[in-house]
Ligand binder design. Sequence first.
Ligand code: SF4
Ligand code: SF4
Length: 245
Amino acid sequence: MDQPVFDHRKLGLDDVFEFACFPGISCYNLCCYDVNLVLSPYDFLRVRKALGLSSREFIEKFAELHLGDVTQLPVVSVKMQEHDFACPFLRPEGCSIYQDRPASCRTYPLARFTGKDEEGKPFEIYRIIRETHCRGHFEKRPITVRDWIKEQGLEPYHFFNDLFGEIVFACQHMDRPLSADELDLIYNACYGLEAFREFVEKNKAYLEKVGFSADDISKALAEEEELLKLGLEFLKRTIFRDHLP
Ligand code: SF4
Ligand code: SF4
């Protein structure tokens, strides 16, 4: 696969770019080979639920897991097929998990960058990724970044990925290694929700002490997206509370 090159422009939400991708385009599916497909906690939840697998089953069957060098955080990425380097979810007719595909597959051909400027004001910019195999750039279909986000169903991904992004930032600014117990808790809150649910059931009083209401806790026990939201907030209020952006 050729190396991606970023267009020099920095796009805001109302800027327009031209792109279209559809079955029948000459490069159809070429972008689903040899991909470094890192799954955020929300990506992981969506794909795992779509396949009806437990966290452990998904990791064993489809993923590679390691700790990030700089962040110390668990990094989960999709293992490409050994024989042809295709994404394991690719079928001749396209992506078999299309409704639940990860954020990077939805955002492409854009890449999203967020942070705070020198005055501390939050920013969100997008850059166009150009790869020579991708013919979608030659399709004359103008669209704003805002409409692309909506069309690709990216809103919940941005919500969860921004929450997780605060944790990544905090990890990068910690002045000590994480303990084994902290790493277990982080892994479970982000990727091992079955174990994190047990933690919530056993520690309701502690969760209330760090500011969660009884309603927050019962919603989290009833629904996995709420459980992930509570888990990421819990990490921010406990392990990472002194290191947030
Ligand atoms: S998840 Fe779907 S869209 Fe993303 S690389 Fe795999 S097959 Fe392609
Ligand atoms: S147009 Fe680009 S994104 Fe769409 S299938 Fe072709 S290579 Fe993939």
